[in-house]
Ligand binder design. Sequence first.
Ligand SMILES: Nc1ncnc2c1ncn2[C@@H]1O[C@H](COP(=O)(O)OP(=O)(O)OP(=O)(O)O)[C@@H](O)[C@H]1O
Ligand SMILES: [Mg+2]
Length: 267
Amino acid sequence: MRGLIEIDGVSHAYATAAGPLPVLENLNISVPENEFAAVVGPSGCGKSTLTKLVAGLMMPDEGGVRLHGQWVTSPRSSVGMAFQNPVLLEWRTIVDNVVLPLEIVAPGMPQRTRVERAMQLLEMVGLAGFERKRPSELSGGMRQRASLCRAIVHKPEVVILDEPFGALDAFTREDLWQTLRNLRREEPFTTLLITHDLRESVFLGDQVVVLSGRPAQTQYTLSVDLPEDRDIEVLYDNRSVDMLATLREQIRIAQGRGRPDTIAEAS
Ligand SMILES: Nc1ncnc2c1ncn2[C@@H]1O[C@H](COP(=O)(O)OP(=O)(O)OP(=O)(O)O)[C@@H](O)[C@H]1O
Ligand SMILES: [Mg+2]
């Protein structure tokens, strides 16, 4: 079946003072509509580069990315993004940060409608009552919740998440995994998540793609065979334990395959 996101033979190199730096090499990933792909791989292998290509912020040297069968050549309003650092605007309140994508993609929408939509999401993630605060008045986990709301406020078909939970403590992170699953149950969207956390990849993913060291290739794809309705205990299930062992082994191989400087960069 053709995916809603098709990463098709993508190769990319950066021009650097020392010459071209090949980062991605013939990468192929297919994510069916409303499914969730988690991408893991050694530090510096090219994961954030991949998110920029899927978001249309950059064009690959070879191959391409299709969304719904259409080549991505520039940023699309049908895509939402969230990053490791929530990058909320400090001079705007939380609700005004969340409505921002609507101001861009739906300029004619009345402000009251935008705020209602933002409030509906803020309630779903447990931030009702904090909408008039500034980002600096919230904890890291709360800021990340707000940035998830901002990523999906305009009902994008595709959401790209580049290590959004990386800076959070383990408990907050698990809480947010559940929040993200709840949000997707209410309003499904096709998701590409970059993560360093194998448990996160198994808990959230329908598939986990392991990238090799730089230049990154698709080294291994795991299909996550767990019930759709999961809670965190599912990670103690034998099936999860086996999947985590397989992924850990694949990461070990990926690290060995990278060029030596890939590993030195891992700090
Ligand atoms: N604009 C750029 N110009 C030149 N080199 C770049 C540029 N952006 C990234 N790189 C290099 O490309 C490689 C891949 O970077 P990228 O940020 O995609 O890796 P990553 O897998 O996201 O790493 P991490 O796991 O640490 O977030 C790195 O070696 C990085 O130094
Ligand atoms: Mg990165």
